[in-house]
Design a binder for this molecule. Sequence first.
Ligand code: CMC
Length: 389
Amino acid sequence: MASQAEKPKVYKGLEGIYVTETRLSYIDGLHSKLYYVGYPIEALAKNSTYEEVAFLLYFLRLPRKDELDLFKALMAEARELPEDVLNVVKKMASLKAHPMDIVRTAVSYLAAYDPEVGVNTPESNLRKSLRILSKAPSIIAAMYRFSRNLDYIPPRKDLSHVENFLYMLHGKRPTEFETKVMDVIFILHAEHGMNASAFASLVTISTLSDIYSAVVSGIATLKGPLHGGAAEAAYHQFKEIGSPDKVEEWVQKALASKRRVMGMGHRVYKSYDPRAKFMRELDGEIAKIYGGEPKLLYEIAIKLEEVALKEFAEKGRMDIQPNIDYYTPIAYTALGIPPEYFTTIFTASRIVGWTAKAMEYLKDPRLIRPLDLYVGELDKEYVPIDKRG
Ligand code: CMC
């Protein structure tokens, strides 16, 4: 064993470690900046659709009009789910399984219906990625409908990716504003550097496993409340507070008992998450248009941000600021999406990031195999079971 002097450094949480090179996204955590393939996130969220951003992440350039039309048609064509997958979703919904567990299982089950599952060529991986990406909203809409004893609404090919998703959820075509809000949510969640779920899916693909398995690893990892599950937790936190005038008291109690403010803080952003900034502005519009619960949540969120940031600043923690999960619950609520579904929508969007990263990694793969530092004893004497005290 290494002596104390030569003890290797353990990078807990792999903080500060680069594991690969990428052209997909860049986070400037000190200056509130996020880029996809060099494009500032704000320009994409304002002007693009999710399909255009998916094309960008897969092909590392924005599409021409004819290319985008073909890409959208291919995605629309792949929305249907096999009957057996629908049955599994229905069964799990009847067992009241968590929506993330249902998506994880359904994506895994879909692999059995993909004739190319074991083929790891770039062309095949792109086709499979598009299939998973296109089917994910159908899985979410199916479980939403089944868990409410409503009929499944089959996908429509004439609608955009997010328009069709909202149609399959609620049975009516969304307004232009609702479609734009959902496009923004999908675009802002599409890709985000070497986060925990991206790393989990990269570890899987680095063993030359398959794209479905990589996505399943990503889903399993995204579920946690320190990662994708934070939006659901932030929603419950706003509900627990109940009204803006209860914020001060709640913050004092929460911080005194070492509770975290959900939707704040980030391993990479040490300034305001630009996605949260974009959502905050959009939420302001939503609150005005919708009133009701979205408006109340918005007012609580704004007040909580003001009070919590003041408290953090007094402790010298100016780096703890809202992240994207802080401001999405307001938009989700306006779109009629219940909290237990928030992370599934993050998932549906992030599949493009996981699969694009997996395909990028497969261009020059290396098995991911770090080390752990053994700190136990060695050469212990084996004592037979009847002689152990
Ligand atoms: N509320 C209160 N204190 C906090 C918070 C917070 N949201 N975030 C960090 N801190 C404090 C806290 O005191 C913690 O100390 P302790 O270990 O004693 O609890 C210390 O800062 C850790 O700071 P850090 O080293 O900067 O944080 P980290 O890199 O280990 O954690 C984080 C980053 C996102 C896990 C953390 O900020 C957190 O738990 N936030 C709440 C959950 C959340 O919003 N997650 C969504 C992340 S963004 C979406 C995504 O990519 O999935």
